[in-house]
Design a binder for this molecule. Structure first.
Ligand SMILES: C[S@@+](CC[C@H](N)C(=O)[O-])C[C@H]1O[C@@H](n2cnc3c(N)ncnc32)[C@H](O)[C@@H]1O
Length: 273
């Protein structure tokens, strides 16, 4: 047991040395954040009612998953605590969760034991995975690679590991909210009504006082990138917070703000057949 643990640690260290700087920074950050995600992770694992994003929009309303995923091999890119994979497993899919944070994967393994569900979980960088070409029927990311990995690397990688006709769904912050959140060192200050960051050229995004690295793109650039990687875009769902919605993520946007403007969005695409 001790030997196995040591071998894994050496693996992780070797892996660390070869990772791009932002992936290393995000691994350290997510190993630190992991504890905060245990409670929401458990809540999401415990429910069969699928909801998305910071406003808990029901899947029955937005239908971001294909109608029938049974028997499909689906990879979750940046699975965190693994609840999206758990939802897929309960719908009859064969999910595989990958994540860049050993601590997040540890939590996901704990939930697998607690809820009696088993699927593969791997420590991987979504920008360059060890999967063979055309391994999966679907790929999903809810605020995982979609936000924390470089889209110029992870989108082509998702295309590579998907089969022809395979689906991709990812949900992340809207570029609008990213332009409207102040970056003045107050990490609790939500989006206001002024545009504070440039839209053109939006890509690698950092915040004062936070060592993690995010990635956001303007819509035209998402469209260009997805199409050039071999995807057809089926839908862009701009998510509106319902009146009276609540969120623990008041540091991103207030419900009133997100009822007027999209704070998050989901892209649904399919790899060309
Ligand atoms: C907010 S969590 C999202 C997962 C899940 N929906 C949840 O809320 O638990 C973000 C996850 O993305 C992972 N992540 C960040 N960069 C990644 C990368 N390059 N490859 C794979 N996972 C990554 C982090 O380690 C973290 O667990």
């Amino acid at each position: 047991m001790l030997l196995a643990r040591q071998v894994r640690t050496i693996d992780e260290m070797t892996d660390m040395d070869t990772l791009p700087e932002h992936v290393r920074a995000n691994r350290e950050a997510w190993d630190r954040y992991a504890e905060e995600y245990v409670e929401p992770g458990q809540r999401h694992w415990a429910t069969t009612d699928i909801t998305w994003g910071i406003w808990g929009i029901p899947e029955t309303e937005v239908r971001l998953f294909p109608d029938d995923v049974s028997g499909q091999d689906v990879v979750e890119l940046g699975c965190g605590t693994g609840y999206v994979s758990a939802w897929l497993a309960r719908r009859g899919a064969r999910p595989v969760g990958i994540d860049n944070s050993p601590k997040q994967l540890e939590a996901a393994r704990g939930f697998q034991r607690e809820f009696g569900l088993d699927f593969p979980l791997h420590l991987e960088n979504a920008e360059a995975t060890r999967f063979n070409d055309a391994s999966f029927d679907g790929a999903v990311s809810e605020y995982g690679a979609a936000l924390w990995a470089d889209p110029y690397a992870w989108i082509p990688e998702a295309a590579r590991i998907l089969k022809r006709g395979g689906w991709l769904m990812f949900l992340t912050n809207s570029p609008l909210v990213i332009m409207a959140i102040p970056d003045d060192g107050d990490i609790e200050a939500p989006a206001g009504t002024e545009l504070l960051r440039p839209y053109f050229g939006m890509h690698r995004t950092t915040w004062q006082g936070d060592s993690s690295v995010e990635f956001h793109l303007p819509h035209g650039e998402w469209i260009r990138l997805l199409r050039s990687a071999g995807f057809e875009i089926e839908r862009l769902v701009e998510i509106q917070a319902p009146a009276g919605a609540t969120t623990r993520w008041t540091s991103i946007a207030t419900p009133e703000w997100a009822n007027k403007w999209p704070s998050e969005e989901a892209w649904v695409a399919r790899k060309r057949g």
